[in-house]
Design a protein around this ligand. Structure first.
Ligand code: ADP
Length: 221
């Protein structure tokens, strides 16, 4: 994580200095500096946000604010948030929702963060031309199941449980160039477990991965 904090900071400082020193002579360089500084600030913001989520979870101060969650709106939000990124990368993002959606009583924001992390990963670890599918269904026990499936690089069997631990990333040279802190899945699993649910991963290297998020449907009053 030190690397994930230091790299964007170094880039921001370098580009700010360069723009300050040579900006008047080269307006195009200033434009480039603004782009890099903006992108790197966003990256830094994500890392800081992840670290804050972890410390909040650790402090045990997490309260669930339970409501009936509109799964159609939840899916629509994911589509809005990730559609452009998927399109830009040449990935097809689709949603598989049953005509009659299950009822889910949960903390909408926390489930939103967990799904965000799963869909974000699916897009991040899937090369151009692939597909990411988000499915929702209810199982026989009345639990609500979300499935985030991709046709990406996949995960080796030996990494499948480790990746849910904090700061752990797969031992795969292909992820070296993909930014990440190894916190997203740990956060997602903590948030889902707070609800009495869980997340599991299945994967076939080079073929893709499926993350299954299971939540109790309607809470007993
Ligand atoms: P990161 O910030 O590294 O993405 P995560 O905790 O979200 O952290 O994920 C941990 C690791 O699990 C990733 O570094 C990657 O190796 C692996 N991983 C997660 N999602 C996927 C996926 N959909 N396909 C392949 N590998 C994945």
């Amino acid at each position: 994580v030190a690397h994930e904090l230091r790299t964007p900071l170094t880039n921001i400082l370098l580009w700010a200095q360069t723009a300050a020193e040579q900006g008047t002579a080269d307006p195009r360089m200033v434009e480039r500096a603004i782009t890099v500084i903006t992108d790197e600030s966003k990256r830094l913001e994500r890392v800081v946000q992840d670290m804050l989520s972890i410390s909040e979870i650790e402090s045990g101060r997490q309260n669930l604010s339970l409501t009936d969650v509109d799964l159609l709106i939840l899916a629509e939000t994911l589509r809005e948030d990730f559609g452009p990124q998927a399109r830009e990368k040449g990935i097809e993002l689709s949603f598989d929702l049953p005509p009659k959606l299950p009822v889910l009583t949960a903390d909408r924001d926390k489930i939103g963060v967990a799904l965000h992390n799963l869909v974000g990963n699916a897009i991040k670890y899937t090369p151009a031309g692939g597909t990411v599918t988000v499915g929702v269904r209810e199982n026989e026990e009345g639990q609500v199941i979300f499935e985030v499936q991709d046709t990406g690089i996949g995960i080796k069997e030996s990494d499948l449980t480790r990746i849910f631990e904090r700061f752990q990333r797969a031992e795969d040279e292909r992820i070296a160039g993909i930014t990440g802190t190894g916190l997203g899945l740990a956060i997602a699993r903590d948030l889902v477990r707070l609800h009495g649910g869980d997340i599991e991963a299945e994967s076939q290297p080079d073929e893709g991965s499926r993350f299954t998020l299971r939540l109790p449907g309607r809470r007993a009053a």
